[in-house]
Design a binder for this molecule. Structure first.
Ligand code: 1GP
Length: 249
């Protein structure tokens, strides 16, 4: 097992985790590092770097290096395309957008980058990425047929397919900036049938939303927009306090 997957697996035994998503196009270098340091001080367990527009490898590398120098937790690339790959990070979500209509997003882009990832020694974290309505920009760019919010069985089906294909993680994504997160009932239903960890992201803005998702069994919460809009303020602190409470800290 790779180092980052081992880190996540060990930590998940003790309770749920939080990851902070930073878009290197919006926060380059030092400014990303400052957000990361404040987030980790509040208990965030990893820093994801990515955005839904093309990020140059130079900007990605500069930002990853600055973040790594500032925090002891893993840096994970959340790729929009093979262009955002840099050896500076600890790992990359090697993700298939399972409910995309486009073979490019299901497997071709991944095949295109696989040899490069092997060559630079980046740890691939195998992940099934499932877009839930509304899906926002990533749903459009990824040509997804978003899972309707009330169709928990479809979410279970995609998540189980990811597990049966041998993937290590499943990500239920409502889309960055979504007006509401993935419904807790959907998270609960997916957890009921799944043995691999469930990541939930998109539209989590309040402690109450975070608490509801954690109560439903979400194992990793991802937030991005809340810190982009308000910095490390009361909303982010509230979300992290729910995560810490759920792991008994
Ligand atoms: C987006 O799930 C992440 O890919 C985070 O979403 O920006 O809405 O927090 P937000």
């Amino acid at each position: 097992m790779g180092r980052v997957l081992q880190y996540l697996t060990d930590k998940l035994r003790r309770g749920p985790l939080h990851m902070t998503l930073i878009d290197p196009e919006k926060k380059v270098g030092r400014s990303a590092a400052n957000v990361a340091a404040a987030a980790v001080a509040l208990g965030s367990d990893a820093i994801m770097l990515g955005g839904s527009t093309g990020i140059s490898p130079e900007i990605m590398a500069e930002t990853v290096r600055a973040v790594k120098a500032a925090v002891p937790v893993p840096t994970i690339i959340f790729p929009e395309s093979p262009a955002s790959i840099t050896a500076a990070a600890d790992a990359i979500y090697f993700m298939s957008l399972l409910n995309s209509r486009s073979v490019d997003h299901v497997i071709r882009m991944q095949a295109h980058s696989a040899l490069e990832i092997l060559r630079i020694g980046l740890e691939p974290l195998s992940l099934g990425y499932i877009i839930v309505a509304p899906g926002m920009r990533v749903g459009e760019v990824g040509q997804a047929d978003p899972v309707p919010r009330e169709n928990v069985e479809l979410a279970q089906s995609y998540a189980l397919a990811a597990e049966f294909l041998g993937m290590h993680l499943v990500y239920l994504e409502a889309g960055s900036g979504a007006p509401a997160p993935v419904p807790p009932e959907m998270v609960r239903a997916v957890r009921k049938v799944l043995h691999i960890p469930v990541i939930v992201g998109g539209g989590i803005r309040t402690a109450q939303e975070a608490g509801n998702l954690l109560a439903a069994g979400a194992q990793i919460l991802v937030t991005g927009t809340v810190t982009e809009q308000e910095g490390i303020g009361p909303a982010f602190e509230g979300i992290l306090s729910e995560v810490r409470r759920a792991r008994g800290e």
